[in-house]
Design a protein around this ligand. Structure first.
Ligand SMILES: [Fe+2]
Length: 266
């Protein structure tokens, strides 16, 4: 498996606080069947070239240590860019493995900025493809997953977190992640790892779950084939979505609330 979203560089953002923790996360990843990881530190606002150089230096140090320790995981560099009106991709770390094509972008948790669709369109005209990080954790998409479909219809790809599928972020997030999966609107499953315990660098549980629900072929696509293509900057053909899966959506809490309200009324 290939993980395209991980906070693995020590002392760079809210990821591991030391090199030892990074190495421990990568040992666990290797044991879990992960062969390659893209380090995706957060970029908030304008990235200064001095900070980018610092990130690259720390990344290269980590990669060297991984080699010396004999941990069988290939490391690549990218970033997770917080969406801004003046989103800037003019950096080596802006696209995954510096392929010039795919970039990982995150929305604020509270909703979707009004300028997002237009900004993505401008990027796509320039040959860049946004991969939206963990849409299942976004409040607007939790209430209406069709909003995620709108972005896919316009050419974006979606990455959901392995942790969302196994319930680490609660039932509502798990339900919407499953819904997007059933609607074939998931193009990548990644770890978004931050540490060894609460958000680890593990994928195998989520792989089994996806293979069980959607079949081996689909699991291979979202854990292996698409991530490989994204790293190489090759074209990714998203499967035809089953949008009707999204029509019947009512988030868990809301559903329970409707049922109790209906019972009270009777
Ligand atoms: Fe992240």
């Amino acid at each position: 498996m290939i993980d395209i979203h991980a906070h693995i560089i020590p002392e760079v953002d809210d990821g591991p606080g030391s090199l030892e923790v990074s190495l421990e996360m990568l040992r666990a990843a290797a044991h879990d069947g992960i062969k390659a990881v893209v380090a995706t530190p957060h970029i908030l606002g304008n990235l200064e070239f001095a900070r980018e150089r610092e990130i690259i230096r720390k990344f290269l140090d980590l990669r060297q240590r991984v080699k010396e320790e004999g941990i069988p995981v290939h490391l690549y560099l990218g970033s997770e860019i917080y969406i801004e009106p003046n989103l800037d991709l003019d950096h080596r770390i802006a696209t995954l493995a510096n392929n010039g094509r795919y970039f990982l972008v995150e929305f604020p948790m509270q909703g979707i900025p009004v300028f997002a669709a237009e900004r993505f369109f401008e990027m796509m005209v320039e040959g860049k493809t946004p991969i939206i990080a963990h849409p299942e954790r976004n409040a607007a998409i939790l209430l209406d997953p069709k909003k995620a479909y709108e972005f896919v219809r316009r050419g974006a790809l979606l990455q959901i977190n392995a942790g969302s599928l196994i319930g680490r972020f609660g039932d509502r997030v798990r339900e919407v992640a499953e819904k997007l999966l059933a609607a074939r609107l998931v193009h990548f499953v990644a770890t978004d790892a931050h540490d060894t315990n609460s958000r680890p660098l593990l994928l195998s549980k989520a792989y089994q779950l996806v293979a069980h629900r959607m079949g081996q072929e689909f699991a291979r696509l979202v854990f292996q084939e698409n991530p490989m293509r994204a790293l190489r900057g090759e074209r990714i053909e998203p499967p035809e979505p089953c949008v009707e899966e999204l029509e019947r959506w009512a988030p868990g809490g809301l559903k329970k609330w409707i049922v109790s309200w209906w019972r009270k009324g009777r």
